[in-house]
Ligand binder design. Structure first.
Ligand code: ADP
Ligand code: MG
Length: 338
C-alpha cells in the first residue's frame, strides 16, 4: 500500500497559518484589509491584551452574502479574483483567500455580517467546525472577533513573549493603513482606551498630525511627481526632523503598504548630506502604477513586491524628493544661485 496521503484541510490550514498569521498584528492587518476591500469608510479595531485575548474589527463595508458563510474559512476561497489573468492585475488588498482559513485554524472566530438584499448571519468557527448563532445585529457591514489566539499551536504561543512588542506592532500596522487611506476613518482601541482615531476626511496631512503630532505635520513638504509609468504623491518632512531608523519612511504602492529597500534608499540618498549619517528622514508617499507592473504575490504577507521598470521608479523617487527639498532652500547649490 502507498505511503503518501493528502493532508486533511485543517492540517493544511494550520501549516499555512504559520506564514499568514505569524502574530496578532498580522491578523489585524489581514482583517482590516478585508474591511478595506469591502469598501468600508469606518473601521474600528478593539484590542484586548495585545490581541492575545481578543481582536475585534467592526466595519461598515458591503458585508458578506449569507450563502458565502460556509466558504469563508475554506482555503483559497475568495470573492476577489476569478481568473489567472487577474492574478497579474491585482486591484484588491487580498486575493489569496488564505487569511480567514489560516486565522480560523489557530483561533476561535465569531463573525457577524449583513449584505444588502441578503440575510444577516452570525457564525462561530473554531477547530474546523461551525456553529450558527440566531442572534445578530441588523446592520450593514461585518463584525469579526478573534479569540483564543494560537490555542492549538503551543510553539507559536510561546514565541509571542513580549506583549508590549505585539501592541507596538499593531499600532505600527494600523498607522500605516490610516496613512494609506486618509479617506477612511480608523479607530484603534486598546483595552477600552482610545489610542487614535482619524476622521476619514481624505486629508493626509491631518492624519500625519493625528499620528505624529504638530512637530512633524507642520514640517511636511509636498511631493508630486510623475513619469510615464508612475506617479508619486504625499509628503516628506524637512531634514531637521529626523528619526534614528528607517521605519518612518512610509511607502505604499496603489495604497498597499510595501517595504522596498531600494526605494527607501533612493529617498535617503536624496537627503544626502542634509542629515547626519545615523539619522533618517520621515516620509509618507504613495506610488500609483498600473497593477500589471507590480507582482505582489512574492510572499503571503504581500509586503514585499517585485517591480518591473524599477530603475525608472527609483530615479523618479530620488528626483521627486530632491525637488521637494529644494523648496526649503537648504540644498547649497540652489541657495547659491538665488
Ligand atoms: P481574501 O481577502 O484573500 O479574498 P480572506 O480569507 O481574507 O481572503 O477572506 C475570504 C473572503 O471573505 C473574501 O474574499 C471576502 O469575500 C470575504 N470577507 C472577509 N472579510 C470581509 C469583510 N470584512 N467584508 C466583506 N467581505 C469579507
Ligand atoms: Mg483577505
Amino acid at each position: 500500500m502507498g505511503q503518501i496521503h493528502v493532508m486533511p484541510a485543517h492540517i493544511q490550514n494550520k501549516i499555512a497559518a504559520g506564514e499568514v498569521v505569524e502574530r496578532p498584528s498580522s491578523i489585524v492587518k489581514e482583517i482590516v484589509e478585508n474591511s478595506l476591500d469591502a469598501g468600508s469608510t469606518v473601521i474600528e479595531v478593539f484590542i484586548k491584551n495585545s490581541g492575545m485575548e481578543s481582536i475585534k474589527v467592526v466595519d461598515n463595508g458591503h458585508g458578506i452574502d449569507y450563502e458565502d458563510r460556509t466558504l469563508l474559512f475554506e482555503r483559497h476561497a475568495t470573492s476577489k479574483i476569478d481568473t489567472a489573468y487577474e492574478l497579474f492585475e491585482i486591484r484588491s488588498l487580498g486575493f489569496r483567500g488564505e487569511a480567514l482559513a489560516s486565522i480560523g485554524a489557530v483561533s476561535k472566530v465569531t463573525l457577524e455580517s449583513m449584505r444588502d438584499n441578503s440575510t444577516p448571519f452570525k457564525i462561530v468557527y473554531s477547530g474546523g467546525k461551525y456553529d450558527e448563532d440566531t442572534v445578530w445585529h441588523e446592520r450593514r457591514g461585518t463584525i469579526i472577533e478573534i479569540e483564543d489566539l494560537f490555542f492549538n499551536t503551543p510553539a507559536r504561543l510561546k514565541y509571542i513573549k513580549n506583549l508590549r512588542t505585539e501592541a507596538g506592532k499593531i499600532i505600527d500596522i494600523m498607522q500605516r493603513m490610516a496613512l494609506n487611506y486618509p479617506e477612511v476613518s480608523f479607530r484603534l482601541v486598546f483595552d477600552g482606551k482610545d489610542r487614535f482615531k482619524t476622521t476619514g476626511n481624505g486629508n493626509l496631512k491631518e492624519v500625519i498630525n493625528i499620528l505624529y503630532g504638530i512637530q512633524v505635520s507642520a514640517n511636511t513638504l509636498a511631493v508630486n511627481a510623475a513619469s510615464p509609468d508612475y506617479t508619486i504623491d504625499g509628503y516628506i518632512v524637512r531634514p531637521e526632523v529626523t528619526r534614528s531608523n528607517r521605519n518612518y519612511i512610509n511607502l505604499s504602492i496603489n495604497n498597499r503598504h510595501v517595504r522596498h529597500f531600494k526605494l527607501s534608499e533612493s529617498i535617503i540618498n536624496a537627503y544626502h548630506t542634509l542629515q547626519p549619517k545615523d539619522k533618517y528622514p520621515l516620509a509618507f508617499l504613495n506610488i500609483k502604477m498600473d497593477p500589471k507592473l507590480i507582482d505582489v504575490n512574492v510572499h503571503p504577507s504581500k509586503v514585499e513586491v517585485k517591480l518591473s521598470k524599477e530603475t525608472e521608479l527609483l530615479r523618479l523617487m530620488e528626483t521627486a524628493v530632491k525637488e521637494a527639498l529644494m523648496e526649503t532652500e537648504l540644498i547649497p547649490e540652489v541657495a547659491h544661485k538665488k
